[in-house]
Design a protein around this ligand. Structure first.
Ligand code: ATP
Ligand code: PH2
Length: 165
């Protein structure tokens, strides 16, 4: 049995449709889905805004590699093309954590190393799990409080958009 936190992002095409495709594809393992957020792009800033969300998933069969394969499968279903690093994409599914697993394999780094600095992951995660902790880093609420306002200001909740329904 393993429990994972996955982050979802899209900034090409029908962004909400791509996030919903991911959630539908995870329906057999889905525990909870966060609200949807419209977020200013980080990394490569000259690209469209993203929609971001986080989901909690659980499975009796999947280990951390199983979750990575599920994530890659969903990206392929969204016809994601790997071009520019941090560039525009129809669907990005990252494995944020799997239980307390730590991994230094470059194909599967756990917890995902971008997490402590990404308001686009921390804010949706916290909305879903106010007591969440990032293994090796501490409470998600503290990580978020430590980010500069410039990082958090670009993350706006979109109550008019829902992942399900
Ligand atoms: N925890 C993880 N979740 C998803 N991919 C990971 C993880 N750790 C390492 N990877 C590897 O990262 C590689 C690049 O993934 P991807 O193209 O989604 O990166 P990116 O989304 O552009 O950047 P970032 O990973 O910083 O968000 C993949 O080959 C994948 O195997
Ligand atoms: N706001 C935002 N910016 C990004 C995102 C993302 O999910 N949200 N993902 C990226 C590549 O992983 C690059 N930049």
């Amino acid at each position: 049995m393993s429990r994972a936190v996955l982050s979802l992002g899209s900034n090409l095409g029908d962004r909400l449709d791509y996030l919903r495709l991911a959630v539908r594809g995870l329906s057999d393992v889905l525990l909870a889905a966060s609200p949807v957020y419209e977020t200013a792009p980080w990394g490569v800033t000259d690209q469209p805004d993203f929609l971001n969300a986080v989901v909690l998933v659980e499975s009796a069969e999947l280990d951390e590699w199983g979750w990575l394969h599920r994530a890659r499968h969903l990206e392929r279903e969204a016809e994601r093309r790997r071009e520019q690093r941090w560039g525009p994409r129809t669907l990005d599914v990252d494995v944020v954590t799997v239980d307390e697993v730590r991994s230094r394999d470059p194909e599967l780094l756990l917890p995902h190393p971008g997490t402590p600095s990404r308001a686009t992951v921390l804010i949706p995660w916290l909305a879903l799990e106010p007591d969440a902790t990032l293994p090796g880093h501490g409470p998600v609420s503290e990580l978020l409080a430590a980010l500069p306002e410039t990082e958090t200001a670009g993350v706006r909740r979109r109550p008019d958009l829902a992942l399900r329904g």
